[in-house]
Structures are given as C-alpha cells and as structure tokens.
Design a protein around this ligand. Structure first.
Ligand code: GGG
Length: 324
C-alpha cells in the first residue's frame, strides 16, 4: 500500500536534517510518496503567514508528516500543525546510545507529553503596559485521553510516573493528576507521582528510577530537553505527535541558528523520528533497521560536532544509509 508523507522542513537546520531523513527513507525503497510544504519564519516574511493553509491541509490529509523546526514562528507553526493531525500526545524517547559520551549512560526514558493544552493553548494577553497574562487550560477529557494512551503504551506491568506540580497549581495540575491516576487505577496500571521540580533533580542524579513519564505540555517540553542533556544532547531526541488517525514526526530540537546553513547539523534525531514514522505506518521491520543503523553509526561511525566529531550532515547520513 502506498503512503503519502508530508514533508515540511521549516527553518534553520530543519532545511538540512529533513532532506537527510528523506534520503534515508528513500533508500529503503518503500512505496512512499513525499509531498513538500512550506512553513516557518521565512514563509511568514515572504507571505505574511507562517503556516499557509495549503501546508496545514497537506499535513491533515497525508498519512504522516515529517517536520523539521520552526524558530520565532514556533507557536504559529508547530502548535497548528499538531492540531492539523489531531495529536493528543507527544512521545519523546530519551535514550543513551552505546558509544555516545552521555552524562548518564544508563538513561532510558520515554516522555508522554500532553499535546493540546496547558500553557501552550494560546490564551495570552497584554492587559496593560505593565501586565501580561496567560490562561492555563487543563481539561479532564484531554488528561484522560493521554492516560488511556499511557496505559496501553506501557502494557508490560511496569506502570508509569505522573509528573506534575499539583501542590502549587492545585486546580489545573490537580485536575490533570486526578484524571491520569484515576484512569490508570481503572486499568490496573501502577503510577507513582513526582513533583516536577523534584523530578528534574532526581532524573539527573539517577535516571534509572524512571521509565515512562506522563506529564503536562510545558513540563514535557522542558523535562525532555533536560533529559537530552543526560544522553548526549538534543541532536539525539526524536518525537512523535500521535492522533487517532494521523501523526506528525519531528526532532525535539529547534532551528539551531548558530549552526544553520553550514551543513554540520546532526541528522540523528530526525532520522530516529523517521524510524518512528515507519513504525507508525506499519513498517516495523524497516523502523528497527533504521534505529539499528543509527546505533551502529553512533557506536563506530562518523559523528557531527555536537557529539565530538568533525563529520558533516551528509557524511553521517550516508553512513546510516550504508548500514541499512
Ligand atoms: N522540531 C521542533 C521544534 O521546532 N522545536 C522548537 C520548539 O520551540 N518546540 C516547542 C514544542 O515542542 O512545543
């Protein structure tokens, strides 16, 4: 069966790592059709719109989307794109690979981040010259939907950690915590609760205490970046935004303006996101092959500067393709 993949590079190193991941996917010789869409800072400058309607529709209609990064226009691009694919959870694995000089080589975590609300729901206002406000939205229904997904995701009797700050944000994180724990109890899935500030310390000191982490939107964004610091950097973290009928895959990193345009960005996070895309579309064997190829190159192949090497994006991408 043929699948249509929407490909949206966005800005900065998105324009370097997305073509690399598409090269890897094309080398597998599957029946995938790639359709390109524009979005991001440069598109906004040229057209006034960071996410043209046709790009939104492209993502909504495709079987899956591969997205790079957005800079200043992140709120106008990433959030609507996640909405276009109706994604309610952002899966962010943070795993230390052999051969990478990781701060905590024993790290193997998966963040299940609520993906529709919290402080990312867009209700922000300037009320006076001195005052800006932000409304934090938490619904029982979105929290329950995330929890239902988490219960199926763990499916191994392991349970998961619920990370929140309900001792301070009693109404919003209280609602989130209560809904997630209730759904887990109904499914007979064990949970342990951790306040998000304490989690930040504990995961740095001893990441093996944790496995799957279920958390609100902003906490998931920040804490997964923190976990990236434990495993060798943001160049290694992929992500999947999953909806009921659609999905979007993107590296956790942003546009990296300091290195954009030089051809030296690490393509691993995007290639691993492409592996998650393959798995989502049912190509589990090819997905495993891509992840194994990445692992092999990380262990013994060329690496980019963020991992202490001097190889460029193209050399690392070619090394991955050679391993497939
Ligand atoms: N590739 C994802 C990206 O552009 N990340 C930058 C960013 O600002 N992300 C915010 C988010 O993931 O919600």
């Amino acid at each position: 069966m043929s699948h249509t993949i929407a490909v949206i590079e966005g800005d900065g190193i998105g324009q370097e790592v997305i073509p690399a991941a598409v090269d890897v996917l094309e080398s597998l010789d599957l029946d995938l059709e790639f359709v390109e869409g524009d979005a991001g800072d440069a598109v906004k400058e040229a057209t006034g719109e960071a996410l043209p309607q046709e790009t939104y529709d492209l993502a909504a209609d495709a079987d899956a989307t591969l997205f790079g990064a957005a800079g200043e226009t992140a709120a106008d691009v990433i959030l609507p794109l996640r909405d276009a694919v109706d994604s309610f959870v952002n899966i962010r694995p943070a795993k230390a690979y052999p051969g990478v000089d990781a701060v905590r080589p024993e790290t193997d975590l998966v963040f299940l981040r609520e993906n529709t609300e919290g402080v990312y729901s867009g209700h922000e206002d300037d009320l006076s010259e001195d005052l800006s406000t932000l409304t934090r939205v938490v619904t029982t229904s979105a929290s329950e939907k995330l929890a239902e997904f988490a219960c199926e995701y763990v499916d191994d009797g392991e349970g998961f950690s619920v990370v929140h700050k309900a001792n301070v944000m009693r109404k919003t994180d209280g609602r989130f915590r209560d809904a997630v724990v209730r759904v887990a109890d109904e499914h007979g899935v064990d949970t342990d609760e951790v306040l998000m500030d304490a989690f930040a310390t504990r995961v740095c000191l001893d990441p093996e205490q944790f496995d799957t982490i279920v958390c609100p939107n902003l906490a998931g964004d920040v804490l997964s970046d923190l976990a990236a610091g434990l495993v060798g950097g943001l160049g290694l973290l992929p992500s999947a935004n999953i909806g009921d009928d659609n999905a979007l895959f993107e590296p956790v990193h942003g546009t990296a303006p300091d290195i954009a345009g030089q051809g030296v960005a690490n393509p691993m996070a995007t290639v691993l996101s492409a592996a998650m895309l393959l798995n989502h579309l049912g190509y589990s064997e090819e997905s495993d092959r891509v992840e194994t190829a990445v692992e092999t190159v990380l262990a013994e192949g060329p690496r980019t500067a963020d991992l202490g090497g001097d190889a460029d994006t193209e050399a690392v991408t070619q090394a991955i393709i050679n391993e497939l």
